[in-house]
Design a protein around this ligand. Structure first.
Ligand code: CO
Length: 146
């Protein structure tokens, strides 16, 4: 498997509006996307971009607010009411090859690859198999600048 760049860090929050204000006013972020719903995943999402080298986009912060009754973020917020770091997402060139690679090492893949917030296929790996970090593997966006 070829490991790509760290695409984003997922951060759970009880309020995207409050988190956006934090990133803008406290952290000085200037590139903040519009929030959008991903109903199938049970999350409302907003991306904050950190600057990369030479004016390119750097690693993003993916703000995640629960959406609906069965949101995977709800139980996380019960344990961490203020929110907090939820997962880390790495790009790979080939999602199928990456899935086979991790499965070959006995790592638990949580569900089948599905469409992620960047419009490419993603899957998650169980944190207990990944040094305690819920890990998202995503196919790198084709022709994208970030
Ligand atoms: Co993510």
């Amino acid at each position: 498997m070829k490991l790509g760049r760290l695409n984003h860090i997922g951060v759970a929050t009880p309020s995207i509006d409050a988190s956006v204000a934090f990133w803008r006013d406290v952290m000085g972020a200037t590139r903040i996307g519009a929030p959008f719903d991903m109903s199938a995943q049970g999350v409302r999402v907003c991306f904050v971009e950190t600057p990369g080298e030479g004016g390119t986009a750097g690693t993003q912060i993916e703000l995640l607010e629960p959406l609906g009754e069965a949101s995977p973020i709800t139980s996380f917020l019960e344990k961490n009411p203020q929110g907090g770091q939820h997962h880390m997402a790495y790009e790979v060139p080939d999602i199928g090859a990456a899935k086979a690679w991790f499965e070959g090492q006995g790592k638990r893949v949580l569900g089948e690859p599905r469409l992620g917030a960047h419009g490419t296929l993603v899957f998650f790996l169980h944190p207990k198999d990944m040094n305690g970090v819920l890990t998202e593997i995503m196919e790198e966006p084709k022709g994208a600048s970030h």
